[in-house]
Structure formats: C-alpha cells, structure tokens
Design a protein. Structure first.
Length: 145
C-alpha cells in the first residue's frame, strides 16, 4: 500500500512540474543575472489561450522596500499601451520574454534587495490578462548570488 501511495505522489508531482503556467531559466535567477520567462497560455486563467495578437508584459518587482507582498516597485511600461515590454511568440499559446540583467532592467538601486519579479502578460489594451487560475498575479523568486 505504501508503494502505491508513493508512486501516486510522484506521478502527480511529475505532472504538476511539467504543467506550469510560468517557467524560467535559469531555475534560480539572481538580481544581476539574466532570465528568460516562458508563459504557457493553456495554464492559469487561460486568458491568452488561442490569442494571435501582440502580447505585452506588465511587470515590476517586490523589493525589500515593498510594504506588502503585492506592492510592485519599478513597474515597466504603461498599462494599455504598446510602450510596455513585448513578449515573443514561441508558437501556439507560448510567449517568452528575456531580461538581460534584472536589476538594470527594473532600475533598482544597489542597496535594495529584489525579492520577486511580479508579472502579467496581456494584450495591448490590457483587456485580456493572463494570470494565475485564481486571478492572482504571477511571481518569480529572485535569489541572492
């Protein structure tokens, strides 16, 4: 019985690891490193599933100066415009974006710790927004080097 339960646990865990809304590389990004973020629009709230237009990011960071876990700092781009960072299509329902240097991209001062990247993917108008399945924002942890 223990073997069956153990097998089921690992089988479910493997499916969950494979079926993620966001993936990123490297697995443990640091504040002065680069990161490539990939969105699978068939996951989460699926708002961008089947969407064929341009996809933009609404992104900022949670830092040591944030007043809460949802207090985005150094937000890039303006909501509802094409001046926001633009994602690249990686094929049907896949969108990617690369940040060459996290600290530089968000313009975070050297003394402030970056804890997480906050991110949403959206259409130009901001009327279609890819989020977690529960409607919450998506976050990527940032590690100290």
């Amino acid at each position: 019985m223990k073997r069956i339960l153990l097998f089921l646990f690992f089988a479910v865990a493997a499916v969950q690891l494979h079926a993620q809304l966001l993936t990123w590389s490297p697995s443990f990004p640091t504040d002065n490193g680069s990161i490539t973020i990939t969105l699978d629009a068939t996951r989460g709230n699926k708002a961008l599933q089947g969407f064929a237009g341009s996809v933009y990011l609404h992104t900022g960071v949670i830092t040591s100066n944030s007043t809460s876990q949802s207090d985005w700092k150094y937000v890039q781009g303006t909501w509802g415009t094409a001046t926001a960072p633009q994602a690249t299509s990686g094929g049907t329902n896949i969108w990617t974006f690369t940040i060459p240097n996290i600290r530089t991209f968000y313009n975070v001062p050297a003394g402030e710790q970056i804890l997480r990247i906050s991110i949403l993917f959206r259409n130009q108008a901001g009327s279609i927004v890819q989020r977690n399945i529960d409607g919450s924002d998506m976050y990527i942890p940032i590690y100290t080097a």
